[in-house]
Design a protein around this ligand. Structure first.
Ligand code: C2E
Ligand code: CA
Ligand code: CA
Ligand code: CA
Length: 270
């Protein structure tokens, strides 16, 4: 009996907590408390800056700067991820425009898109409308999707991805290797990039099986003509291994942490 009470109380506390957080999240959207950080991506052949990934944070009035791990799940459960996703896209456009006006070179900007948002019937129209409003070309945007998108409604998701690619957006498959999408499915996805998940990169030099998987994914990318980026590069040994294997690009703390825009160094247009 006691056990039941403790469990019940715990559940209530958690429910109350997420209820408050949900209210806070609605306010956050209205009052524009979201902040974008940017993490650089580098080409391994000539080391040039080849992309920036947008990573959202929440400047909470009481709790301080919150990482996405503390609110994305709740946003997805409450469907707030959809308006939130649109706000992030708008903010990214504002930022790109600002950099362009400063005559800075802006590499493709990668944005994480939740399945719920991408599966909206008017996603393509809506994103086109926003970019047109800011005068930003579609190839300036890379949409990062995960395998979970394809699991939910494969035919619809694949059709949506084809429409986006034909419209000129770049597409990247995030966290590759952690989901369940089959190689057969990969064949049907119109991708520009595969992002090898951090969990594989982490074990370079420690686990030959992870190294074998990475080598295989790089070869797969080459034969399918899809760029391969490794996430979570933290050490010189990881970097050297990836370069030697012919990986196209890298992202990770060793090369640059996610930072607010004023800490980012972009070069001027020559
Ligand atoms: P993700 O898309 O896989 O993003 C990469 C995460 O790895 C980021 O965490 C980044 O800070 C972290 N990271 C980068 N380099 C390294 C490294 O060298 N070592 C380690 N240990 N970690 C590294 P972050 O910013 O906390 O984001 C976590 C997740 O939240 C993201 O994972 C993504 O799934 C989600 N997320 C972030 N921003 C957005 C967004 O704007 N929209 C949506 N829907 N999801 C987002
Ligand atoms: Ca990502
Ligand atoms: Ca990832
Ligand atoms: Ca992830």
């Amino acid at each position: 009996k006691n056990c039941y009470e403790i469990y019940d109380q715990g559940l209530t506390t958690a429910a109350v907590h997420s209820f408050h957080l949900e209210q806070d999240l609605r306010v956050a959207l209205k009052e524009r408390q979201l902040v974008l950080h940017f993490q650089p991506q580098f080409n391994l052949k000539d080391t040039h800056l080849c992309g920036l990934e947008v990573l959202v944070r929440w400047q909470h009035p009481v709790k301080g700067l919150l990482p996405p791990g503390q609110f994305i799940d709740l946003a997805e459960e409450t469907n707030l991820i959809v308006p939130m996703g649109w706000q992030i896209i708008e903010m990214a456009c504002e930022q790109i425009l600002m950099w362009q006006e400063m005559q800075l070179m802006v590499p493709p900007v990668a944005i994480n898109i939740s399945p719920q948002q991408l599966l909206e019937a008017d996603f393509l129209e809506h994103i086109n409308e926003i970019l047109a409003r800011y005068g930003i070309t579609r190839s300036q945007f890379e949409l990062e999707i995960t395998e979970s998108l394809i699991m939910q409604d494969p035919d619809y998701a694949i059709a949506q991805l084809h429409a986006l690619r034909e419209a000129g957006y770049r597409l990247a498959l995030d966290d590759f290797g952690t989901g369940y999408s089959s190689l057969n499915r990969l064949k049907h996805l119109p991708l520009d990039r595969l992002k090898i998940d951090y969990s594989f990169t982490r074990d370079i030099g420690k686990n030959p099986r992870d190294e074998a998987i990475i080598t295989t994914v790089i070869a797969l990318g080459k034969s399918l003509n899809i760029e391969v980026l490794a996430e979570g590069v933290e050490t010189q040994a990881q970097y050297d291994f990836l370069r030697a294997q012919g990986c196209d690009s890298v992202q990770g703390f060793m090369l640059g942490r996610p930072v607010p825009r004023h800490e980012l160094e972009l070069s001027r247009i020559a």
